[in-house]
Write a protein that binds this ligand. Structure first.
Ligand code: PLP
Length: 445
């Protein structure tokens, strides 16, 4: 008798458990002191996540001794691959000169300068410790400068751990006065702000919804938000925490649309803890401490010497505009190859994304809106994830992939072989799951 999706997933979880007893024991032990045994919720998946002991280049090794080709690369923070030699040298060099001066160090200006030269939106920039904080500070800037409070955000977007616009996360958010737009739907979004009393302080948008399914923005949608900001005096902020890697000048460069401000982070710290926000000089001027009315922006580790050195080396010497432009092409090609495999095997799965960042959706409908994430059957996604892990491919449990520049054609081939094998074995179940989700969607309509 053929097994159902639920039964097949159950077996995959049992196999995973028998392969990874040391990870299980480590997570069980950690649960004594860390809720759920970890300190970063996104890393959790049933039955328990892997625990790693080391990584090098494009490979991760777990504590049970299994090697995985790393196709997650820490949700895009690991752009350079593990233990990149120049970055390691920069970190060691920085440490040799001492940690935490409690004063200004020489790499801050240099890193700021490369960022300002790279991204059209940035005339002035300030550093933070995370992308979350970068968005908080960008919103602060907009609220202070405009004297308004309302912030237009996109439903289902993730802009950080306290700005997560899924309905389930409402209570974890900082108490902003949000107005909800619909990504890629200008008419609905403009309708949402039509009766905004007192006007909008900011429009915060990703150019590709990352956690929302790697859905690229339509250019007219972004242009519409640019026009809306110009009409209303709101500050247009692009969250480029993930997308700043796309091309020689970030996603804003690819679209040819310049926001008033941008937030960024992740790989730009070279592997160190990092975030940055910046934009038009007149907006950022509020942080000039020479001014009597300067706005305070603190942060003990804003200029930490390790991140400043690693980030500078990464962006100036390794991820040059030429490398970034080429990497966009490499990622697009890889995604198209995966989709060709799925089409050839007639399996309802598709990789959606831009360049080196993508999410697998388990249906064949064109993906433009974040609510379409709900069309992917959760068990199909979970089975896909465990089946890829079994084949030595590491990716996020939400079927999210981001590439690093350390990855080789051999790594890409290994992914394609594993992907094809998983579709051969589980394709029928994936197709049935996609059909079931389509039927239940129609029933809801
Ligand atoms: C689009 C986007 N914005 C902001 C953040 C928050 O960045 P961080 O995790 O560094 O706080 C993330 C993190 O995944 C993100 O994907």
């Amino acid at each position: 008798m053929t097994k159902t999706l639920t039964q097949t997933l159950h077996h995959a979880q049992q196999d995973y458990t028998s392969r990874t007893p040391k990870s299980k024991a480590a997570i069980d032990r950690a649960s004594d002191v860390l809720p759920g045994g970890n300190t970063r919720s996104v890393l959790h998946f049933p039955p328990y996540p892997l625990v790693f002991k080391s990584a090098s280049g494009g490979t991760l090794t777990d504590i049970d001794g299994h090697s995985y080709k790393d196709f997650l690369n820490d949700f895009s923070a690991g752009l350079y691959g593990h233990s990149q030699a120049q970055i390691q040298a920069a970190i060691v060099g920085a440490m040799d000169k001492g940690l935490s001066f409690g004063g200004i160090n020489q790499n801050e200006e240099a890193l700021a300068r490369v960022l300002v030269e790279r991204f059209p939106a940035l005339e002035k920039v300030r550093f933070t410790n995370s992308g979350t904080e970068a968005n908080i500070m960008a919103l602060t800037t907009a609220r202070v400068v405009t004297g308004r409070d309302k912030i237009l955000v996109m439903r289902d977007a993730y802009y950080g751990n306290c700005i997560y616009l899924s309905p389930a996360a409402a209570r974890t958010n900082a108490p902003y006065d949000f107005v909800f737009g619909r990504f890629n739907d200008l008419a609905k979004t403009e309708q949402a702000v039509k009766y905004c009393e007192g006007g909008l302080a900011a429009i915060l948008v990703e150019t590709m919804m990352g956690a929302g399914g790697c859905i690229p923005a339509d250019k007219p949608f972004l242009q519409g938000l640019r026009d809306l900001a110009d009409r209303t005096g709101a500050v247009l902020i692009f969250d480029e925490v993930v997308t700043s890697r796309f091309g020689a000048a970030g996603a804003q460069g690819e679209y040819g649309i310049t926001p008033d401000m941008m937030s960024c982070g992740k790989y730009l710290g070279g592997g160190g803890t990092f975030g940055a926000f910046g934009g038009r000089a007149d907006l950022m001027a509020i942080y000039d401490a020479n001014r009597a009315d300067a706005v305070m922006h603190g942060g003990t580790f804003n200029n930490n010497v390790i991140t400043m050195a690693a980030g500078l080396t990464g962006l100036r010497d390794i991820y040059t505009p030429e490398v970034a432009a080429e990497f966009l092409v490499t990622g697009n090609r890889f995604r198209e190859e995966l989709n060709a495999i799925a089409r050839e095997k007639a399996v309802a799965v598709q990789a959606v994304g831009v360049g080196s960042v993508m999410t697998f959706h388990f249906h064949n409908q064109p993906v433009r809106f974040p609510e379409q994430m709900a069309l992917s059957h959760p068990e199909a996604k979970a089975l896909f994830h465990l089946a890829m892990l079994e084949r030595g491919i590491y990716l996020a449990s939400r079927a999210f992939v981001s590439l690093s520049i350390a990855q080789t054609e051999e790594d890409f081939s290994a992914f394609k072989v594993a992907f094809a094998d998983v579709l051969d074995i589980h394709g029928t179940l994936f197709n049935q799951a996609a059909e079931a989700m389509a039927v239940s969607e129609m029933a809801e309509v």
